[in-house]
Design a protein around this ligand. Structure first.
Ligand code: FDA
Length: 389
Protein backbone atom coordinates (compact mmCIF):
# COMPACT_ATOMS: atom_id res chain seq x y z
CA UNK A 1 0.00 0.00 0.00
CA UNK A 2 1.42 3.42 -0.84
CA UNK A 3 0.23 6.66 0.69
CA UNK A 4 -0.01 10.28 -0.38
CA UNK A 5 0.48 11.46 3.18
CA UNK A 6 1.63 10.05 6.50
CA UNK A 7 0.29 11.85 9.57
CA UNK A 8 2.11 11.30 12.86
CA UNK A 9 -0.20 11.73 15.86
CA UNK A 10 -3.89 10.75 15.98
CA UNK A 11 -4.96 13.53 18.33
CA UNK A 12 -7.30 16.41 17.56
CA UNK A 13 -5.18 18.00 14.82
CA UNK A 14 -4.01 14.75 13.23
CA UNK A 15 -7.52 13.31 12.98
CA UNK A 16 -8.95 16.49 11.50
CA UNK A 17 -6.11 16.63 8.98
CA UNK A 18 -6.51 12.93 8.09
CA UNK A 19 -10.28 13.20 7.58
CA UNK A 20 -9.93 16.36 5.47
CA UNK A 21 -7.18 14.94 3.24
CA UNK A 22 -8.88 11.55 2.99
CA UNK A 23 -12.17 13.08 1.92
CA UNK A 24 -10.27 14.94 -0.80
CA UNK A 25 -9.27 11.56 -2.18
CA UNK A 26 -5.78 11.39 -0.66
CA UNK A 27 -4.49 8.05 0.59
CA UNK A 28 -3.75 8.74 4.24
CA UNK A 29 -1.84 6.77 6.89
CA UNK A 30 -2.54 8.08 10.41
CA UNK A 31 -0.09 6.77 13.02
CA UNK A 32 -0.05 6.94 16.82
CA UNK A 33 2.00 5.19 19.45
CA UNK A 34 -1.00 5.13 21.80
CA UNK A 35 -3.47 2.26 21.68
CA UNK A 36 -6.39 4.55 20.88
CA UNK A 37 -7.10 7.80 19.04
CA UNK A 38 -7.88 11.20 20.57
CA UNK A 39 -6.86 10.42 24.15
CA UNK A 40 -6.66 14.06 25.21
CA UNK A 41 -10.05 14.77 23.66
CA UNK A 42 -11.52 12.03 25.86
CA UNK A 43 -10.28 13.60 29.10
CA UNK A 44 -10.84 17.20 28.03
CA UNK A 45 -13.38 19.52 29.58
CA UNK A 46 -13.93 17.13 32.48
CA UNK A 47 -15.00 14.42 29.99
CA UNK A 48 -17.36 16.73 28.07
CA UNK A 49 -14.78 18.31 25.73
CA UNK A 50 -14.81 22.08 25.48
CA UNK A 51 -14.51 21.71 21.72
CA UNK A 52 -14.47 25.37 20.67
CA UNK A 53 -15.28 28.92 21.73
CA UNK A 54 -17.57 31.42 20.05
CA UNK A 55 -15.08 34.24 20.73
CA UNK A 56 -12.19 32.78 18.74
CA UNK A 57 -9.77 35.52 17.68
CA UNK A 58 -6.05 35.45 16.94
CA UNK A 59 -5.29 37.78 19.86
CA UNK A 60 -6.41 35.00 22.22
CA UNK A 61 -3.42 32.93 21.20
CA UNK A 62 0.22 33.20 22.29
CA UNK A 63 2.85 32.94 19.58
CA UNK A 64 6.12 34.62 18.63
CA UNK A 65 4.13 35.75 15.56
CA UNK A 66 0.71 36.86 16.83
CA UNK A 67 -0.63 37.06 13.25
CA UNK A 68 0.29 33.53 12.24
CA UNK A 69 -2.92 31.84 13.41
CA UNK A 70 -5.25 34.34 11.68
CA UNK A 71 -5.39 32.66 8.29
CA UNK A 72 -6.19 29.13 9.49
CA UNK A 73 -8.62 30.32 12.18
CA UNK A 74 -10.37 32.47 9.58
CA UNK A 75 -10.68 29.68 7.02
CA UNK A 76 -11.91 27.02 9.43
CA UNK A 77 -13.94 28.78 12.08
CA UNK A 78 -15.74 27.79 15.26
CA UNK A 79 -18.95 27.89 13.18
CA UNK A 80 -17.48 25.30 10.80
CA UNK A 81 -16.76 22.92 13.67
CA UNK A 82 -20.17 23.57 15.23
CA UNK A 83 -21.76 22.71 11.86
CA UNK A 84 -19.85 19.40 11.86
CA UNK A 85 -20.92 18.63 15.43
CA UNK A 86 -24.53 19.49 14.52
CA UNK A 87 -24.38 17.25 11.44
CA UNK A 88 -23.62 14.36 13.81
CA UNK A 89 -26.50 15.34 16.09
CA UNK A 90 -24.18 15.89 19.04
CA UNK A 91 -25.96 18.06 21.60
CA UNK A 92 -23.92 20.89 23.12
CA UNK A 93 -24.28 23.94 25.31
CA UNK A 94 -22.46 27.15 26.07
CA UNK A 95 -21.12 27.07 29.59
CA UNK A 96 -19.42 30.38 30.27
CA UNK A 97 -17.30 32.93 28.38
CA UNK A 98 -18.32 31.43 25.01
CA UNK A 99 -17.07 27.94 25.88
CA UNK A 100 -18.95 25.15 24.06
CA UNK A 101 -19.19 21.70 25.64
CA UNK A 102 -20.90 18.43 24.69
CA UNK A 103 -24.06 17.80 26.71
CA UNK A 104 -23.11 14.14 26.75
CA UNK A 105 -19.54 12.97 26.44
CA UNK A 106 -16.23 13.78 24.75
CA UNK A 107 -16.46 10.26 23.35
CA UNK A 108 -18.97 11.65 20.84
CA UNK A 109 -16.34 14.02 19.42
CA UNK A 110 -13.80 11.20 19.06
CA UNK A 111 -16.41 8.92 17.46
CA UNK A 112 -17.33 11.74 15.05
CA UNK A 113 -13.69 12.22 14.02
CA UNK A 114 -13.23 8.47 13.61
CA UNK A 115 -16.26 8.37 11.34
CA UNK A 116 -14.94 11.34 9.36
CA UNK A 117 -11.63 9.48 8.95
CA UNK A 118 -13.46 6.34 7.85
CA UNK A 119 -15.40 8.42 5.30
CA UNK A 120 -12.04 9.49 3.90
CA UNK A 121 -10.70 5.93 3.79
CA UNK A 122 -7.95 6.77 6.28
CA UNK A 123 -5.74 3.87 7.40
CA UNK A 124 -5.10 4.13 11.15
CA UNK A 125 -2.09 2.41 12.70
CA UNK A 126 -2.17 2.43 16.51
CA UNK A 127 0.34 1.26 19.09
CA UNK A 128 3.12 1.96 16.61
CA UNK A 129 6.29 3.72 17.69
CA UNK A 130 8.03 5.87 15.09
CA UNK A 131 11.75 5.16 15.25
CA UNK A 132 13.10 7.02 12.24
CA UNK A 133 12.11 9.72 9.77
CA UNK A 134 14.18 10.29 6.63
CA UNK A 135 13.71 12.19 3.39
CA UNK A 136 15.12 11.65 -0.08
CA UNK A 137 14.03 11.58 -3.73
CA UNK A 138 10.88 13.53 -2.86
CA UNK A 139 9.67 10.90 -0.38
CA UNK A 140 9.45 10.79 3.42
CA UNK A 141 10.46 7.40 4.79
CA UNK A 142 9.05 6.77 8.22
CA UNK A 143 9.95 3.68 10.21
CA UNK A 144 6.81 2.65 12.03
CA UNK A 145 6.81 -0.47 14.19
CA UNK A 146 9.94 -1.65 12.32
CA UNK A 147 8.34 -1.22 8.86
CA UNK A 148 9.27 1.61 6.50
CA UNK A 149 6.33 3.56 5.06
CA UNK A 150 6.80 6.16 2.31
CA UNK A 151 4.83 9.20 1.18
CA UNK A 152 5.56 12.51 -0.53
CA UNK A 153 3.98 14.39 2.39
CA UNK A 154 4.51 14.08 6.15
CA UNK A 155 2.45 15.84 8.80
CA UNK A 156 3.79 16.32 12.33
CA UNK A 157 0.79 16.26 14.66
CA UNK A 158 2.26 14.69 17.78
CA UNK A 159 1.42 17.66 20.00
CA UNK A 160 3.59 18.99 22.84
CA UNK A 161 5.09 17.41 25.96
CA UNK A 162 2.21 18.29 28.33
CA UNK A 163 1.00 15.31 30.40
CA UNK A 164 3.76 12.82 29.56
CA UNK A 165 1.97 10.04 31.39
CA UNK A 166 -0.64 10.17 28.61
CA UNK A 167 2.03 9.53 25.98
CA UNK A 168 2.81 13.17 25.20
CA UNK A 169 6.31 13.70 23.83
CA UNK A 170 8.56 16.35 22.31
CA UNK A 171 8.89 14.10 19.26
CA UNK A 172 7.63 16.73 16.79
CA UNK A 173 10.36 19.12 17.93
CA UNK A 174 13.06 16.53 17.24
CA UNK A 175 11.80 15.85 13.72
CA UNK A 176 11.34 19.58 13.08
CA UNK A 177 14.94 20.24 14.19
CA UNK A 178 16.13 17.39 12.00
CA UNK A 179 14.67 19.26 9.01
CA UNK A 180 16.15 22.61 10.03
CA UNK A 181 13.05 24.19 11.55
CA UNK A 182 13.44 26.46 14.58
CA UNK A 183 11.92 25.77 17.99
CA UNK A 184 10.60 28.47 20.28
CA UNK A 185 11.57 27.43 23.82
CA UNK A 186 8.67 25.27 25.03
CA UNK A 187 7.28 25.61 28.56
CA UNK A 188 4.26 24.32 30.46
CA UNK A 189 1.13 26.50 30.12
CA UNK A 190 -2.41 26.52 31.50
CA UNK A 191 -0.75 25.10 34.59
CA UNK A 192 -1.14 25.69 38.38
CA UNK A 193 1.42 27.81 40.23
CA UNK A 194 3.43 26.69 43.23
CA UNK A 195 4.03 29.05 46.16
CA UNK A 196 7.05 28.98 48.48
CA UNK A 197 7.55 29.15 52.22
CA UNK A 198 7.03 32.95 52.22
CA UNK A 199 3.45 32.43 51.13
CA UNK A 200 2.89 29.15 52.98
CA UNK A 201 0.06 30.78 54.92
CA UNK A 202 -2.13 30.51 51.81
CA UNK A 203 -1.81 26.71 51.80
CA UNK A 204 -4.28 26.65 54.66
CA UNK A 205 -6.82 27.98 52.16
CA UNK A 206 -6.60 24.83 50.03
CA UNK A 207 -10.01 24.35 48.38
CA UNK A 208 -11.11 27.99 48.71
CA UNK A 209 -12.00 29.74 45.46
CA UNK A 210 -12.67 33.38 44.67
CA UNK A 211 -13.75 35.41 41.66
CA UNK A 212 -10.70 37.58 41.01
CA UNK A 213 -8.92 39.59 38.41
CA UNK A 214 -5.35 38.40 37.97
CA UNK A 215 -2.72 40.50 36.20
CA UNK A 216 0.73 39.93 34.82
CA UNK A 217 2.22 42.94 33.04
CA UNK A 218 -0.59 44.18 30.78
CA UNK A 219 -2.40 40.86 30.57
CA UNK A 220 -5.39 40.34 32.82
CA UNK A 221 -8.08 37.69 33.31
CA UNK A 222 -11.29 37.91 35.31
CA UNK A 223 -12.17 34.38 36.37
CA UNK A 224 -12.16 32.08 39.37
CA UNK A 225 -8.94 31.42 41.29
CA UNK A 226 -8.50 28.39 43.51
CA UNK A 227 -6.07 27.97 46.39
CA UNK A 228 -4.44 24.54 46.49
CA UNK A 229 -2.13 22.80 48.94
CA UNK A 230 0.74 23.62 46.58
CA UNK A 231 -0.25 27.10 45.44
CA UNK A 232 -2.72 28.66 43.02
CA UNK A 233 -4.97 27.13 40.41
CA UNK A 234 -8.42 27.70 38.87
CA UNK A 235 -9.13 29.22 35.44
CA UNK A 236 -7.73 32.68 36.25
CA UNK A 237 -4.39 31.27 37.36
CA UNK A 238 -4.17 28.75 34.52
CA UNK A 239 -4.78 31.56 32.02
CA UNK A 240 -2.13 33.89 33.44
CA UNK A 241 0.39 31.01 33.79
CA UNK A 242 0.69 30.91 29.99
CA UNK A 243 2.05 34.47 30.03
CA UNK A 244 3.98 34.38 33.32
CA UNK A 245 7.79 34.50 33.36
CA UNK A 246 9.80 32.98 36.20
CA UNK A 247 10.85 35.20 39.10
CA UNK A 248 8.16 37.80 38.43
CA UNK A 249 5.09 38.52 40.56
CA UNK A 250 1.46 38.22 39.52
CA UNK A 251 -1.09 40.61 41.04
CA UNK A 252 -4.55 39.66 42.19
CA UNK A 253 -7.55 41.93 42.66
CA UNK A 254 -9.66 40.05 45.20
CA UNK A 255 -12.59 42.45 44.84
CA UNK A 256 -12.64 43.55 41.21
CA UNK A 257 -16.14 45.04 41.48
CA UNK A 258 -15.35 47.37 44.40
CA UNK A 259 -14.01 50.90 44.01
CA UNK A 260 -11.02 52.37 45.85
CA UNK A 261 -13.18 53.91 48.64
CA UNK A 262 -15.53 50.99 49.31
CA UNK A 263 -14.19 50.41 52.83
CA UNK A 264 -14.61 54.09 53.68
CA UNK A 265 -18.22 53.91 52.49
CA UNK A 266 -18.71 50.84 54.69
CA UNK A 267 -17.24 52.73 57.64
CA UNK A 268 -19.75 55.55 57.16
CA UNK A 269 -22.63 53.05 57.00
CA UNK A 270 -21.66 50.74 59.85
CA UNK A 271 -18.69 51.98 61.90
CA UNK A 272 -19.20 49.44 64.71
CA UNK A 273 -18.82 46.43 62.47
CA UNK A 274 -15.47 44.61 62.52
CA UNK A 275 -13.18 44.64 59.54
CA UNK A 276 -13.17 40.87 59.68
CA UNK A 277 -16.95 40.73 59.26
CA UNK A 278 -16.95 43.16 56.33
CA UNK A 279 -14.22 41.26 54.53
CA UNK A 280 -15.73 37.87 55.33
CA UNK A 281 -18.97 39.07 53.69
CA UNK A 282 -17.13 40.36 50.62
CA UNK A 283 -14.78 37.39 50.29
CA UNK A 284 -15.14 34.29 52.46
CA UNK A 285 -14.30 33.90 56.11
CA UNK A 286 -11.20 31.82 55.51
CA UNK A 287 -9.83 34.11 52.82
CA UNK A 288 -10.63 37.23 54.85
CA UNK A 289 -8.83 35.82 57.90
CA UNK A 290 -5.71 34.95 55.93
CA UNK A 291 -5.55 38.32 54.17
CA UNK A 292 -6.11 40.21 57.44
CA UNK A 293 -3.38 38.15 59.10
CA UNK A 294 -0.99 39.15 56.33
CA UNK A 295 -2.05 42.79 56.61
CA UNK A 296 -1.79 42.65 60.43
CA UNK A 297 -4.95 44.65 60.97
CA UNK A 298 -8.06 44.07 63.08
CA UNK A 299 -10.73 45.94 64.97
CA UNK A 300 -13.84 47.89 64.07
CA UNK A 301 -14.14 49.83 60.86
CA UNK A 302 -14.74 53.03 62.80
CA UNK A 303 -11.34 52.68 64.47
CA UNK A 304 -9.49 52.88 61.14
CA UNK A 305 -8.51 56.11 59.46
CA UNK A 306 -9.78 56.78 55.95
CA UNK A 307 -6.20 56.65 54.76
CA UNK A 308 -5.66 53.21 56.30
CA UNK A 309 -8.91 51.91 54.76
CA UNK A 310 -7.98 53.26 51.36
CA UNK A 311 -4.59 51.56 51.66
CA UNK A 312 -6.21 48.31 52.69
CA UNK A 313 -8.60 48.42 49.72
CA UNK A 314 -5.61 49.11 47.48
CA UNK A 315 -3.76 46.09 48.91
CA UNK A 316 -6.76 43.83 48.34
CA UNK A 317 -7.00 45.12 44.77
CA UNK A 318 -3.34 44.60 43.99
CA UNK A 319 -2.17 41.61 46.00
CA UNK A 320 1.22 40.34 44.85
CA UNK A 321 2.04 36.65 44.71
CA UNK A 322 5.51 35.46 43.80
CA UNK A 323 5.13 31.94 42.44
CA UNK A 324 8.21 29.77 42.88
CA UNK A 325 7.29 27.93 39.71
CA UNK A 326 4.51 25.85 38.18
CA UNK A 327 3.43 22.25 38.56
CA UNK A 328 5.18 21.59 35.23
CA UNK A 329 4.34 19.41 32.26
CA UNK A 330 2.78 16.78 34.54
CA UNK A 331 -0.15 19.15 35.17
CA UNK A 332 -0.01 21.52 32.18
CA UNK A 333 -2.99 21.44 29.82
CA UNK A 334 -0.85 22.72 26.97
CA UNK A 335 2.65 23.77 25.98
CA UNK A 336 3.57 27.32 25.04
CA UNK A 337 6.25 27.57 22.33
CA UNK A 338 7.14 24.79 19.92
CA UNK A 339 7.89 24.67 16.21
CA UNK A 340 8.62 28.24 15.10
CA UNK A 341 5.95 29.66 12.82
CA UNK A 342 8.62 31.68 10.98
CA UNK A 343 9.47 28.54 9.00
CA UNK A 344 5.85 27.64 8.16
CA UNK A 345 3.20 28.83 5.71
CA UNK A 346 0.28 30.26 7.68
CA UNK A 347 -2.07 29.15 4.90
CA UNK A 348 -1.01 25.50 4.55
CA UNK A 349 1.22 24.80 7.60
CA UNK A 350 3.87 23.50 5.19
CA UNK A 351 7.51 24.18 6.01
CA UNK A 352 8.69 26.93 3.67
CA UNK A 353 12.02 25.30 2.94
CA UNK A 354 11.06 21.63 3.29
CA UNK A 355 8.45 20.77 0.66
CA UNK A 356 5.94 18.18 1.82
CA UNK A 357 6.59 18.62 5.56
CA UNK A 358 3.62 20.02 7.51
CA UNK A 359 3.32 20.93 11.21
CA UNK A 360 -0.03 21.32 12.95
CA UNK A 361 -1.75 21.54 16.32
CA UNK A 362 -0.04 22.00 19.64
CA UNK A 363 3.38 21.05 18.24
CA UNK A 364 3.43 24.49 16.60
CA UNK A 365 4.20 27.72 18.49
CA UNK A 366 0.53 28.70 18.75
CA UNK A 367 -1.13 28.32 22.16
CA UNK A 368 -4.66 29.34 22.97
CA UNK A 369 -6.39 30.58 26.06
CA UNK A 370 -8.28 28.17 28.25
CA UNK A 371 -11.81 27.55 27.00
CA UNK A 372 -11.85 25.66 23.70
CA UNK A 373 -9.25 27.81 21.97
CA UNK A 374 -6.67 25.03 21.76
CA UNK A 375 -8.99 22.53 20.13
CA UNK A 376 -10.10 25.18 17.64
CA UNK A 377 -6.45 25.71 16.69
CA UNK A 378 -6.05 21.93 16.30
CA UNK A 379 -9.15 21.73 14.05
CA UNK A 380 -8.20 24.81 12.01
CA UNK A 381 -4.52 23.98 11.49
CA UNK A 382 -5.42 20.33 10.79
CA UNK A 383 -8.00 21.40 8.23
CA UNK A 384 -5.57 23.85 6.57
CA UNK A 385 -2.92 21.15 6.13
CA UNK A 386 -5.55 18.59 5.13
CA UNK A 387 -6.60 20.88 2.27
CA UNK A 388 -3.02 21.31 1.10
CA UNK A 389 -1.33 17.91 1.28
P1 FDA B 1 -2.67 15.83 20.94
O1 FDA B 1 -1.82 15.82 22.15
O2 FDA B 1 -4.13 15.83 21.07
O3 FDA B 1 -2.31 14.58 20.01
C1 FDA B 1 -0.99 14.18 19.78
C2 FDA B 1 -0.99 12.69 19.49
O4 FDA B 1 0.33 12.31 19.10
C3 FDA B 1 -1.36 11.87 20.69
O5 FDA B 1 -2.39 10.96 20.31
C4 FDA B 1 -0.08 11.13 21.07
O6 FDA B 1 -0.30 9.81 21.54
C5 FDA B 1 0.65 11.09 19.73
N1 FDA B 1 2.11 11.02 19.86
C6 FDA B 1 2.92 11.77 20.64
N2 FDA B 1 4.19 11.42 20.45
C7 FDA B 1 4.19 10.43 19.52
C8 FDA B 1 5.20 9.67 18.90
N3 FDA B 1 6.50 9.83 19.22
N4 FDA B 1 4.86 8.73 17.99
C9 FDA B 1 3.54 8.54 17.67
N5 FDA B 1 2.53 9.25 18.21
C10 FDA B 1 2.86 10.18 19.13
N6 FDA B 1 -8.27 22.16 24.89
C11 FDA B 1 -9.47 22.69 24.58
O7 FDA B 1 -9.57 23.44 23.61
N7 FDA B 1 -10.58 22.40 25.35
C12 FDA B 1 -10.52 21.58 26.42
O8 FDA B 1 -11.55 21.27 27.04
C13 FDA B 1 -9.25 21.04 26.78
N8 FDA B 1 -9.13 20.29 27.89
C14 FDA B 1 -7.92 19.72 28.19
C15 FDA B 1 -7.79 18.92 29.33
C16 FDA B 1 -6.58 18.32 29.63
C17 FDA B 1 -6.46 17.49 30.89
C18 FDA B 1 -5.47 18.49 28.77
C19 FDA B 1 -4.15 17.82 29.03
C20 FDA B 1 -5.59 19.29 27.65
C21 FDA B 1 -6.79 19.93 27.35
N9 FDA B 1 -6.94 20.76 26.24
C22 FDA B 1 -8.16 21.32 25.96
C23 FDA B 1 -5.81 20.98 25.31
C24 FDA B 1 -5.97 20.04 24.09
O9 FDA B 1 -6.14 18.73 24.56
C25 FDA B 1 -4.77 20.13 23.17
O10 FDA B 1 -4.51 21.47 22.84
C26 FDA B 1 -5.02 19.33 21.91
O11 FDA B 1 -5.26 17.98 22.24
C27 FDA B 1 -3.85 19.42 20.95
O12 FDA B 1 -4.13 18.62 19.84
P2 FDA B 1 -2.96 17.94 19.01
O13 FDA B 1 -3.63 17.04 18.04
O14 FDA B 1 -2.02 18.95 18.53
O15 FDA B 1 -2.15 17.08 20.08
Amino acid sequence: MSYDVIILGAGAAGMMCAATAGQRGKRVLLVDHADGVGKKILISGGGRCNFTNIHIAADRYLSANPNFAKSALGRYSAQDFIALVDRYGIAWHEKTLGQLFCDGSAKQIVAMLEEECAAGGVTIALGQGVTDVAHGDGLYRVTIGGVVQCAPALVLATGGPSIPKMGATGFAYNVARQFGLGIIQPRPALVPFTLGAEEALFQSLSGVSADVEVRWNKTRFREAALFTHRGLSGPAMLQISSYWQHRTPIHVDFLPDRDADWLIAEKRDRPRVSLRKVLAQALTERLADTLLERLSVQGELGAQSDKALRQMAASLANWPFEPTGTEGYAKAEVTVGGIATAGLSSRTMEANKVPGLYCIGEAVDVTGWLGGYNFQWAWASGWAAGQAV
